[in-house]
Design a protein around this ligand. Structure first.
Ligand code: PAF
Length: 319
């Protein structure tokens, strides 16, 4: 296992990437990027493995982006584990890591950056409504990461994201298309623990009892998906009410949305209206390849469990 170089400076990273790409001696290499905020777990490892399988060179970033936290306490409490993170990336064959500090990414922070990217109306739905500014922070850092980490042409960049953050996947996909950024967005299904809980860096802050409480979220999403598969009425209101009453779970929302526009859709539409939905985020030209079946909806959920806010989602197939 070789430990990859960890570079903290953009110019040094660009130079190292250009050299690594040229060393490949391939005509049109694919560079796979896994952008992360560290505190890596098996979900990130799955992203790296997918990137490894489909790229000639794999790069990763580790940067806890202050712009996407609307709560300073949440930013301060976000888990940080650089040495373990680099060890995981090395074990999964990452070639090069970019791990800048906040002042390098945003000189003068918190007075900068003055110029930021807006996620527009997509950034104000669901997570964006509950965490104002969150998606503006995400698209600002992703645009910067693509600008620093895209390899020189003719090499191509593929960037890998987890479907657990389904809104993020849809929004980053639009960002790439709307700003013509040099990246192809790829998405990988959510990795879950044996009890169905979606893996998240935030889970580290939960006790065993809280982890157990949190599993009510994925159980509810699975129940919705099973009902859709069996052609039964979804009973979204009943399931939402039950989740809101589940011990230790403070439900924010449980909704059905169109995966591309993130607009709410009714359970009736999911079961009956063929073609109402725009399909997977991947149906956006130049968008992602994802796991949401075309014609279906996405069930999105967010809840506070103990000290952390958790999100999860599942594709709900059309009848
Ligand atoms: O999904 C994440 O870990 C972050 O939102 C990302 C994409 C690395 C941007 O900071």
């Amino acid at each position: 296992m070789t430990t990859p170089p960890v570079l903290t400076d953009s110019d040094a990273f660009r130079a190292a990437l250009a050299a690594a790409v040229s060393d490949l001696g391939i005509e049109q290499p694919i560079v796979g990027l896994v952008p992360t905020m560290g505190a890596l777990h098996s979900g990130h490892a799955a992203l790296v493995d997918a990137a490894r399988a489909e790229s000639d060179l794999v790069i990763a970033s580790i940067f806890v982006n202050p712009l996407q936290f609307n709560d300073a306490a949440d930013y301060a409490a976000y888990p940080r584990s650089m040495a373990d993170d680099v060890a995981l990336l090395a074990a999964h064959g990452v070639d090069l890591v970019f791990a800048p500090d906040v002042q390098h990414m945003y000189p003068g922070y918190p007075d900068g950056p003055l110029i930021r990217v807006s996620a527009g109306e997509l950034g104000r739905r669901w997570e964006g409504a509950s965490r104002p500014g969150h998606f503006d922070g995400v698209v600002t850092v992703v645009a910067k990461l693509f600008s620093i980490m895209a390899p020189p042409a003719p090499a191509r960049l593929q960037a890998w994201f987890g479907e657990k953050d389904a809104e993020q996947v849809a929004i980053v996909s639009r960002l790439t298309r709307d700003l013509s950024l040099p990246a192809e967005i790829r998405a990988l299904p959510t990795v879950r623990d044996d009890g169905g809980l979606a893996l998240s860096s935030r889970n580290q802050r939960l006790s065993e009892a809280q982890l157990d409480d949190a599993r009510a979220i994925s159980r509810t999403l699975s129940a919705l998906r099973s009902r859709a598969r069996e052609g039964l009425p979804l009973e979204l209101d009943r399931l939402r009410a039950e989740l809101a009453e589940a011990p230790g779970v403070e439900l924010d929302y449980l909704v059905l949305v169109d995966p591309s526009t993130l607009r709410e859709v009714s359970p009736h539409d999911v079961l009956t209206a063929e073609g109402v939905f725009h399909g997977v985020p991947g149906s956006v030209p130049g968008g992602v390849s994802g796991g949401v079946p075309s014609g279906g909806a996405l069930a999105l959920a967010a809840a506070q469990v103990g000290p952390v806010r958790l999100i999860d989602n599942m594709p709900i197939p059309a009848a």
